[in-house]
Ligand binder design. Structure first.
Ligand code: FES
Length: 138
């Protein structure tokens, strides 16, 4: 596995919360969160499906409780395993998943066109256009 795809050791992913990292893709830097789901670790892009300029993890870990990742803006809850929103203004939507793999206890981002950039935030504002587009496209 390429070094530029290595994110972190699995042990460093918190049991309650998320671990934020940044990837570089075709469109520049993007933030991704790692979250535990049962015995697995999954990754999602770091924005809510209600208002896509709202980050789930603002740098100190998103709220995770009872197997759900919580958007603290309007309390939407997303199932950690699937990213499915089971409550809130964007109910029925899914978080954008990012493909990762775990090899020998190390987490790698394996999605094409993404390279690991750094742990933590991108240092950029999300939703740079200033507009808000929710999952219904409105
Ligand atoms: S912005 Fe996340 S629930 Fe409204």
């Amino acid at each position: 596995m390429d070094d530029d795809r290595h994110v972190v050791s699995l042990d460093e992913v918190p049991a309650d919360g998320t671990l934020l990292f940044t990837v570089r893709g075709d469109e520049g830097l993007e933030e991704v969160v790692l979250v535990r789901a049962n015995d697995e670790v999954v990754a999602y892009k770091n924005y809510c499906q209600h208002w896509t300029d709202v980050r789930l993890d603002k740098g100190s870990g998103a709220l995770v409780r009872n197997g759900e990742l919580v958007c603290q803006k309007h309390a939407a809850t997303f199932e950690t395993g699937s990213g499915y929103c089971n409550f809130g203004p964007c109910e029925g939507s899914y978080l954008d998943a990012v493909e990762i793999d775990v090899v020998d206890g190390e987490v790698f981002v394996v999605e094409d066109d993404y390279a690991f950039e750094r742990l933590g935030s991108s240092g950029e504002q999300t939703g740079s256009s200033g507009s808000r587009i929710d999952f219904t496209g409105t």
